[in-house]
Design a protein around this ligand. Structure first.
Ligand code: ANZ
Ligand code: ZN
Length: 876
């Protein structure tokens, strides 16, 4: 054994050993329980970042723990390889996105390998390969025929200068990110998944998932089930110009608060509403406003926060309950895609309406009271929208009713008037998957003048994306490649045109969890046998940023695949762990133009006060001060990333892994600390040294076994600590999923080991037991060093062949315990007694302590209370 710990020698050797033994390469095996541990696959952006290292280390710890516990562990890795960054890189560097992507994959694969993750590399997949996406295309054609996928017009951001469609994130303050041109909205035909048909199921099935409550809530909110009513307001006789059919009879709204109907003071419609269109015909102001609204953001998220704008139409409708005449406004906060694109505005009880009414001086009428709270029409207060405690007021026959009673009474009344009925709604929209981009999976549809949209027949799949294309940023290159789009119609054989849009890359990441089960299967998405065996991922690990869309789409796809009998399950991920962010300090200077220039922490020298808090910082390059910013998520924009590669090169993979797992529990954010990294490295050096000293003193002993009756007190205590640590660490790895406390417990054990004299023959046997066990317990976190130490301690077997250490019940029982002695409830001393001492013995020992004698002051005790194993209270 080397005297010095040398990760650069230890790590490749351990990796080679695992590879040769193929311990991470798995197949279906009915003799063992299975454990499928999945970490979110990376986008091949160039190199790993710390978030990846953290994510994959967490997954690796869980996988390796299960592996030692006898599970058949599947832990795969692959690449979410389609997407815009590749196109952007391609435009900048004038190389094909495919080339850039495959080069990045090669580099990042090596990085992952150097971290020693227990992946089954034979299952590696990349979503940009035809072997992968062909099955997605096949499913697409089936779902299109079934009507689960359909085509309709959708709105996109159009850059008139670059002549291209932009994604929402490429529109910055209403302008194209490259051209700076004002973005227009355009309606173009797109393909949609009918995810709304699955809203109820997606909601209901959340119940059975072992996911963080927060994530389930986010999913629920996104699906946004609401129970409400459709209410119809008759169009006033003087307001019907230009309206026809039903539009001239009534204006329909969707409301979740029919109880507030008496408090409606105006009605607001979206710019696209027929009434808005009719009112604008003779009114240039309305026309301008409508055009402005239509040009606004497509992103729904902006709607809540944006400034409320509106114009009155001069048209009126009638409240079905009380006959009030209400003016109709066009307002930018009303969405055309939701409900009926119209709201009955109740400024007293809806915050958006309140803000709007204030801006335009519209009446505010209170119809809900909560206790004696005073209503103030100048100031919004939270109780105004309280459904739970509200009672109706100023609402005639409905006064005094609570929400549910009023809802039912008003619903009955409106129904009898033919002016409305209850309705359940979902916020969820159908999933538009068409992207006017090159680097994505081609949509397998052929457009024929005679036959319409024809799905590509199975025997003509895959529709292969040409890989040697270099996009230039304007338009979609596929739309300019006749060699790609010119084809014949599969139905009539006539000349036809291929669809040139590609799919949203969320489609690929919606089913990769199943492809891993049989990645080379050449007859469908998943081999039935593999799907039957692996079922679903038992554990999924990834960032909270995917809490909504990715997880929802993957759940949706699982339901679709289940209906197609491709997988036996309805949910893809039984348990979910969302890891916290990796944070790091930020440093900057303000440039003359007022912009911030960010400096990487590696280029900065920081001065700290006596408590280690940073007080000043200078840029090493010029010695001049920089401003200390907050501690924030590592990101390119703040230039505060730490390159994992530098860490691995300097200290080795095990230090990186240990630091990440020790610094904080998986769900919480982790603050980067150089001192923490050094501390982790010191611990590993000390562990190495401990084993080195032990083997230097003589050949490894046989680990202690059998009855410990003959051991001296210190060795008994060491064994007690060891076995208590096994229990704690096992629980931390499995039930609690908190690895920092597991590490802390092992550190404590090693401290006690250091303090214990293990020189005797029995001592060496216990030492052997402790050191073997420590390498087993730490293997999930720092596998390389443990592998190496184990082979020194036990050259006869491999670590992973020995399973997980089991606690010795006899050692867990403490032979002696410490008990508190109280006099009249105040702590006055301690006694050490045999763990199985009877009550009389404990009492006698307590009465004999100096503290008891002193504070009893010669009196006879009235009562002695013994709490077994904890305390004795002497009452005098
Ligand atoms: C009157 C009212 C009074 C409302 C009140 C709320 C509180 P959820 O729960 O998310 O489904 N609404 C309806 N259609 C809309 C649209 N197209 N654009 C913007 N807002 C719309 O929201 C339903 C509520 O959102 C409805 O209930 C309606 O305002 C508004 F004290 O009606 B409510
Ligand atoms: Zn045809």
């Amino acid at each position: 054994m080397q005297e010095q710990y040398q990760p650069s020698a230890v790590e490749p050797a351990a990796q080679a050993k695992w590879e040769a033994a193929r311990i991470f390469n798995v197949a279906e095996d009915d003799s063992k329980p299975k454990y499928y541990c999945l970490s979110m696959f990376p986008y091949p952006s160039g190199k790993l970042h710390m978030g990846h290292v953290r994510n994959y280390t967490i997954g690796d710890v869980l996988s390796r723990f299960k592996l030692l516990n006898g599970f058949n562990v599947l832990q795969p890795m692959g690449w979410d390889a389609f997407g815009m960054p590749a196109e952007n890189a391609a435009i900048d560097r004038k190389i094909a996105p495919a080339k850039w992507t495959y080069e990045n994959i090669a580099y990042m694969r090596n990085q992952l390998k150097s971290l020693g993750f227990a992946f089954d590399w034979e299952r590696e997949l990349a979503t940009c390969t035809p072997e992968y996406y062909r099955w997605e295309q096949l499913l697409f054609t089936k779902l299109f025929e079934k009507g689960v996928i359909y085509r309709k017009n959708g709105t996109v951001n159009w850059d008139p200068v670059d002549q291209t469609v932009l994604a929402n994130e490429q529109v910055i303050d209403g302008r194209g990110w490259r051209s700076g041109a004002v973005i227009e909205k355009r309606e173009i035909p797109m393909y949609y998944f009918k995810i709304t048909d699955y809203a109820e199921q997606l909601l209901a099935d959340l119940e059975g998932l072992n996911w963080p409550e927060q994530v389930k809530t986010m999913q629920r909110n996104w699906i946004g089930k609401s129970r409400g009513m459709t209410v119809r307001f008759a169009i006033a006789d003087d307001s019907k110009q230009g309206l026809s059919g039903k539009d001239s009879e009534y204006l329909q709204v969707y409301t979740t608060r029919p109880d507030t109907l008496m408090g409606a003071t105006y009605v607001a419609v979206a710019a696209e509403h027929p009434l808005a269109t009719a009112a604008a015909v003779q009114n240039p102001d309305l026309q301008t406003f409508i055009a402005e609204c239509k040009a606004g953001s497509v992103a729904e998220a902006d709607m809540a926060t944006m400034e409320k704008k509106g114009v009155p139409t001069g048209r009126y409708v009638v409240n079905p309950l009380n006959g009030d005449r209400l003016e109709v406004w066009i307002a930018n906060y009303v969405l055309w895609g939701y409900g009926d694109g119209a709201v009955m505005a109740v400024p007293a009880h809806d915050e958006r309406d309140f803000e709007f009414a204030h801006t335009f001086g519209l009446p505010i009428k209170q119809v809900i009271a909560v206790g004696d709270n005073q209503f103030d029409a100048d100031q919004w207060q939270d109780w105004y929208s309280d459904k739970e405690n509200g009672r109706l007021t100023a609402s005639g026959e409905f006064d005094g009713m609570d929400f549910q009673t009023a809802f039912d009474a008003i619903a009955a009344k409106l129904q009898s008037l033919g002016a409305g009925e209850p309705k359940t709604q979902y916020r969820l929209r159908d999933w538009g998957i068409s992207r006017q981009r090159y680097w994505g999976c081609p949509i397998p549809i052929i457009h024929c003048e005679h036959c319409g949209d024809v799905p590509v027949p199975a025997d003509q799949l895959p529709v292969v994306l040409p890989e040697d294309v270099v996009p230039d940023g304007s338009g979609s290159p596929l739309a300019r490649m006749p060699e790609f789009y010119e084809t014949t119609c599969p139905k009539c054989g006539g000349a036809a045109k291929r669809e040139t849009d590609t799919m949203d890359t969320f489609v690929e990441s919606s089913w990769y969890q199943f492809r891993y089960m049989s990645p080379q299967f050449s007859d469908g998405m998943v081999a039935p046998k593999a799907a039957q065996y692996w079922q679903q991922a038992d554990q999924y690990i990834g960032g909270i940023e995917h809490a909504i869309l990715h997880l929802l789409y993957a759940r949706f796809f699982t339901k679709l695949m289940n209906e197609e009998n491709i997988v036996p399950v309805k949910e893809p991920f039984a348990s979910l762990l969302t890891q916290g962010m990796v944070l790091q300090a930020t440093y900057y200077r303000e440039t003359e133009s007022g912009k911030k220039q960010w400096f990487n922490p590696a280029e900065v020298d920081v001065q700290t006060d006596e408590k280690g808090r940073p007080v000043a910082a200078v840029l090493r390059a010029d010695g001049q001060p920089v401003i200390i910013g907050g501690v924030e998520k590592m990101s390119k924009s703040k230039n505060n990333g730490v390159d994992p590669q530098e860490l691995i090169d300097a200290y080795g993979a095990d230090t990186a892994r240990l630091f990440m797992m020790f610094a904080s529990p998986p769900e919480q954010s982790l603050e980067w600390s150089d001192a923490g990294v050094e501390g982790a490295h010191r611990f590993l050096r000390r562990l190495w040294r401990t084993v080195f000293e032990y083997v230097k003193a003589g050949a490894p002993a046989k680990a202690f076994q059998g009855s410990q009756d003959g051991l001296d007190k210190a060795l008994k205590e060491l064994r007690h600590k060891l076995h208590a640590t096994i229990v704690k660490v096992s629980d931390d790895y499995s039930r609690r999923q908190q690895f920092n406390t597991a590490i802390a417990a092992i550190m404590e054990l090693l401290n006690q080991y250091d303090k214990t004299d293990t020189g005797s023959e029995q001592g060496r046997a216990v030492a052997q037991e402790v050191l073997e066990t420590v390498t087993q317990l730490l293997w999930p976190i720092v596998p390389h060093i443990c592998e190496s130490l184990w082979s020194t301690l036990r050259p006869d077997t491999a670590l992973w062949e020995n399973g997980w250490p089991q606690a010795d019940e006899a050692a867990l029982v403490k032979s002696e315990i410490e008990i508190m002695v109280q006099v009249n409830g105040k702590l006055r001393g301690k006694i050490t007694v045999a763990a199985d001492a009877d009550k009389a013995t404990v009492e006698a020992a307590a009465l004999a302590t100096d503290g008891a004698i002193k504070f009893m002051d010669g009196k006879t005790p009235k009562k002695i209370i013994v709490v077994p194993g904890r305390l004795v209270n002497i009452v005098v």
